[in-house]
Design a protein around this ligand. Structure first.
Ligand code: 5AD
Ligand code: FES
Length: 346
């Protein structure tokens, strides 16, 4: 296995069989993390980029079986942030040093293309030095183009799983993997910096599914790869499923870093939820991005994709301080820059 890791380190690729074995053994985690950190430090040094997450609506017309804000969850308390509140949240984030805003929400028909464009163009003119990231699901190519023209320059859309059979088990009939993949290629074509990704340990996921995810990512060549553990949400059909593990998530972060040396890889909030030091461990395993929550606390408490989400009572300033302390304690530093990928495409 050592030679395989060396090969992965040198060539940024590995055969399906070798990847399968690597995913399934815990014997190489330490050396994988070491190599991943090596690669990451060569490209990104000790810098950790911040993305300020604004969860502006938890209405969603979709019904993904894993997600706490799925339309069938009648217990979810729904909210939408007003235009003014969204802008005020950016203002606050900007004054705290954030230079990337991620507007994330369910697929909420209330936010028409015109409304999204209005929000984006206002943030764009107020903060020309910031990156504006959208994470609002599957839309038509025309809609994506309109948001881009209004000033959005990044888009996050996890593919969730690249295997059709697995996709079917995570989503209702009306959703399709083909459409999701098409969305990602459309976004890239328009010129967005694109983020894809998947959950670790989602129900029915096999090691072969994970290899397929890695292969799909190699084909897409995204700038960002978001990957965190699945965590059950008590009001969803997957309430009784086990969460993804810390060990596998960290191992996969290291493998991602070795396969995609230039990628922006977040240590996710979900990772921080399954272990109190999960995000720090994620950074040490090769991640280089953190996405603290800027959402005002009343709304934040209602954006419950999964159970036991962290930072529910903390405001943006507290989270930033907290993360600065955590990250410097492990030998890295948080920077306030816009945090672009260090190469056009990874
Ligand atoms: N556990 C972990 N991650 C989840 N997501 C949605 N529901 C869950 C859950 N129960 C992730 C999905 C989605 C992203 C915004 O959050 O991958 O793309
Ligand atoms: Fe929110 Fe630590 S990051 S309190």
């Amino acid at each position: 296995m050592k030679e395989q890791i060396e090969k992965l380190f040198k060539e940024n690729d590995l055969s399906d069989d070798a990847l399968l074995s690597l995913i399934q053994t815990d014997e190489c985690d330490e050396i994988l993390a070491e190599k991943a950190d090596d690669v990451r430090r060569k490209i990104y040094g000790d810098e950790v980029y911040l993305r300020g997450l604004i969860e502006f609506t938890n209405y969603c017309k979709n019904d993904c079986y894993y997600c706490g804000i799925r339309r069938s969850n009648k217990c979810a308390e729904r909210y939408r942030m007003s235009f003014d509140d969204i802008i005020a949240t950016c203002d606050k984030g900007y004054s705290l040093g954030f230079r990337t805003f991620v507007l994330q929400g369910g697929e909420d028909p209330y936010f028409t293309d015109d409304k999204i464009c209005e929000i984006v163009s206002n943030i764009r003119s107020k903060y020309p030095d910031c990156a504006i990231t959208l994470s609002i699901g599957e839309k038509s190519k025309e809609s994506y183009k309109a948001y881009f023209d209004a000033g959005a320059n990044r888009y996050l859309l996890r593919h969730e799983t690249a295997t059709d059979g697995h996709y079917r088990r995570l989503h209702p009939e009306e959703m399709s993997l083909t459409n999701r993949k098409e969305c990602l290629f459309n976004l890239k074509e328009i010129g967005y910096q694109v983020g894809a990704g998947f959950m670790v340990g989602s129900p029915y996921q096999t090691p072969e599914n994970i290899v397929a995810d890695l292969r799909f990512l190699q084909m897409l060549e995204p700038d960002m790869i978001g990957m965190g553990p699945f965590i059950a949400q008590g009001q969803t059909p997957f309430a009784e499923f086990k969460s993804g593990t810390l060990e596998l998530t960290l191992r996969l972060i290291s493998i991602l870093r070795l396969l995609f040396p230039y990628a922006l890889i977040p240590a996710t909030t979900a990772l921080g939820t399954i272990h109190p030091k999960g995000r720090e461990m994620g950074i040490k395993a090769g991640a280089n991005v953190l996405m603290p929550n800027l959402t005002p606390s009343d709304e934040r408490k209602k954006y419950l994709l999964y159970d036991n989400k962290i930072c529910m009572d903390d405001d943006a300033a507290m989270c930033k301080n907290c993360l600065e302390t955590r990250i410097s304690s492990i030998g890295y530093k948080i920077v306030n820059s816009v945090g672009n990928v260090k190469r056009e495409r990874i």
